[in-house]
Design a protein around this ligand. Structure first.
Ligand code: FAD
Length: 475
């Protein structure tokens, strides 16, 4: 009895100690983080949540592990392997599923719009249809807007997909930015096979449905084409043998070669590998228009397709577009920051209370690629800085990027890896291709996986896929 009562008092004692060791929530400074991607989520993980009164605003109540999305879209991995819930940090963090629409810098107020359906009631079929049509990508949600005050602000809203205003792309192409996109793509691939399997169709109609087009020869386009090749040549060839023979993957790019950021030798190796796998690579090709199930290519004319994946780079986030009070990088249309990641006012002076990281930010005179690696390293740096700041300690060092290299999966258990700095420093594996690079690719992404749950799930699903194949049921 005595033991029990002293144990029940422990949490109270702990709470009292905590109260003395840090300020109360009302006295704490309000730190608001916009976005739960590679930048925002990592800042959230790193900051001292006992000392900051933290609020996260993001339409997603999860973080997306983007490098593994192509594998998810083709069934190599399950969807839950690539997400981390932001509610993990509740109740220390207030998280709102909302879009920040505009920032009132003068009064330090954020104007937000819920990313949830309008209340009090949305029918289950509304939600179902919205998810299946991928409408969330175009900012679903509703209900009354609200405002949030901040003392310190981290802008990490990322970027949107670039379409170059080509007519029909937004309406008829799939994008791959989010786990919901991956779900819609996977469902469409299986749907194409089920449609093509209907007895009334001619072989030409079947070929058209099983023509999978990828526009954009960057790492995302190449990795998706490679993962799709693996699916078609393993599970689809086994379960739909006559249809799999009619299927085709074509990779388009306006540039004269794919994977512009990689060394020429690695690009040649990739092109050769992809062609050997049966993937057509059509470089210097211009897509002019997209209609339902049809692509119009300048050099080819009309090309029917069953699925079109569009991945031609980044477009600015509308929130960044709406900001007129800060200095921007006009070529990238992102916010310019100094080397401490503080945003710059129009006169070029840094704002000491606002930082921008990730794809929506560029360091003045030292631009870095828009990658998870850069976003993540900036977030780690900023987390450290904010933790020192809240304890009134100095943090004078400026941000320094450590290039870990670039990796891309190219199908059939092969990958390419390049580390430009590695060559100069004589690091082993400064450039690799084939199986060794594939092992590096898998180990790198396993290591980067954030939670213990996903560190178990990711290799587990890789193993399941290897033993039993991909799940090809369509829900
Ligand atoms: P994001 O991760 O895109 O996060 C932005 C967040 O902001 C999201 O949560 C979004 O919902 C939220 N948001 C958007 N608008 C608002 C708003 N108005 N208000 C509030 N919140 C908002 N990089 C690599 O280094 N290696 C890879 O292998 C790699 N593979 C990739 C594969 C794919 C399929 C994709 C799409 C990208 C890949 N990248 C990779 C790039 C990498 O994912 C991005 O560079 C990275 O996500 C940028 O991080 P971020 O935090 O700036 O933006």
């Amino acid at each position: 009895m005595i033991l029990r009562s002293s144990f029940t008092k422990l949490p109270q004692v702990e709470r009292a100690v905590r109260r003395f060791s840090s300020t109360t929530r009302l006295e704490q400074e309000r730190l608001v983080i916009l976005g739960s991607g590679w930048g925002g989520y990592e800042v959230l993980r790193k900051i001292d949540k006992k000392r900051w009164n933290t609020t996260l605003i993001s339409p997603n109540n999860y973080f997306n592990f983007t490098p593994l999305l192509a594998g998810c879209a083709t069934g190599t991995l399950e969807f839950r392997c690539v997400v981390e819930p932001v509610r993990r940090f509740a109740p220390r963090v207030n998280a709102y599923s909302a879009w920040c629409d505009s920032i009132d810098f003068k009064n330090r107020v954020l104007h937000c719009m819920p990313a949830t359906p309008p209340f009090p009631y949305a029918s289950p079929s509304d939600t179902f249809n919205a998810i299946n049509e991928g409408k969330e990508v175009h900012r679903p949600g509703g209900g009354p807007s609200f405002t949030i005050r901040y003392d310190k602000l981290v802008i990490a809203v990322g970027a949107y997909s670039q379409t170059f205003s080509i007519p029909g792309v937004k309406e008829h192409a799939h994008f791959l930015k989010d786990v919901r996109d991956a779900r819609a793509i996977r469902s469409r691939i299986y749907e194409c096979f089920e449609q093509a399997n209907q007895p009334v169709l001619s072989d030409i109609q079947r070929r058209n449905l099983l023509n999978f087009c990828v526009v954009g020869g960057g790492p995302t386009g190449v990795e998706f084409a490679a993962e799709l090749h693996d699916l078609l040549h393993a599970e689809m060839a086994r379960h739909y043998p006559s249809l799999a023979r009619l299927s085709k993957i074509t990779l388009y790019d306006v540039a004269p070669s794919i994977l512009g950021m990689f060394d020429e030798g690695l690009v040649k190796y990739t092109e050769k590998s992809l062609k050997r796998e049966g993937i057509s690579i059509l470089t210097s090709h211009h897509v002019e228009k997209v209609e339902a199930g049809k692509l119009f290519v300048k050099e080819q004319g009309e090309v029917p397709f069953g699925l079109l994946l569009w991945s031609t780079g980044l477009a600015p986030n509308p929130l960044i577009n709406s900001i007129t009070e800060l200095k921007k990088d006009e070529s990238r249309r992102s916010l310019l920051t100094n080397a401490h990641l503080n945003v710059l006012k129009l006169d070029g002076t840094p704002d000491p209370d606002i930082w921008a990281i990730g794809d929506s930010a560029t360091i003045e005179d030292a631009p870095l690629p828009a990658t998870a690696q850069v976003a993540n390293q900036k977030a780690k740096y900023l987390g450290k800085k904010l933790n020192k700041m809240v304890k009134d300690q100095e943090h004078e060092e400026s941000f320094e990027f450590h290039n870990q290299g670039s990796l891309a999966y190219i199908g059939d258990w092969k990958a390419i890896y390049e580390r430009p700095e590695g060559k100069e420093k004589g690091t082993p594996f400064s450039q690799e291709y084939g199986r060794v690079a594939w092992l590096l690719w898998r180990s790198a992404y396993f290591t980067m996986t954030l939670s213990m749950r996903n560190k178990i799930l990711v290799p587990f699903y890789w193993f399941l896929t290897w033993i039993f194949g991909r799940d090809i049921t369509r829900f």
